[in-house]
Design a protein around this ligand. Sequence first.
Ligand code: SF4
Length: 280
Amino acid sequence: MREIDAGLITKEVKRLVMEANYFLPDDVLNSLKESQKNEKWDLASATIGKIIDNAGIASTDHAPMCQDTGMVVVFVKIGQDARVINGYIEDAINEGIREGYEEGYLRKSVVKDPLNRVNTKDNTPGVIHYEIVPGDKLSIMVAPKGFGSENMSRIKMLKPSEGLQGVKDFILESVELAGPNPCPPIVVGVGIGGTFEKAAYLAKKSLMRPLDKYSDDPFYADLEKEMLVKVNELGIGPQGFGGKTTALKVSIEHYPTHIAGLPVAVNINCHATRHKEVIL
Ligand code: SF4
């Protein structure tokens, strides 16, 4: 059984949350640059240009790319032949978030209770998802999630008879209702199948996929491409000013479901599609 020190987890999470807020991933940056070339309208092109410039300043100055530095979503994959020593994994992750948000001068955006609204003042706790996988490695993906886009996310339990068309309509309707609020160009994460909570989890997980990678399933890869065209035909455009680039990507994850249901969830991410991973 391989042993991984809790202190190392804290150190790495601290680094990841700071880097995720400072450095826009290359796949997002490249996609923005490609989109800018396709925008024929000056305002749309200039708006994408400002987003790219902003990302450049953030990475040079080690400053957050957005004032909303998010609630930290963490995807943990722990090999069944690994174990954490000298501490509890969840405490180690939250300590990393705490130290990273403090040292990195990142805004503390988490309230202790959804109704009494008192700030925890250290951006903890994160929302942590665990998956047990084969092997002896520990992979940690952090994704600070802004709520301008999170608030625009939706879930619906479709009837099976609503089928593929029902799913397409729900995705488009969700993006249209969101309008400029999630700071487009957006990334649209879609979860189809499972149960109520599984669909939401899949939608979030799909946002972690690199923008240049499509679903491994050819049917869903085609659906992702088709929906991206349809979403961009809505004309919401960069920051809602109109244009061809409402979304950079539609990513879909799917899972078996019950004969009586067709859950579908849409989790929207803004252009600040932040995520960073380490494998220990
Ligand atoms: S939606 Fe994204 S870009 Fe807009 S304010 Fe929130 S984190 Fe920032």
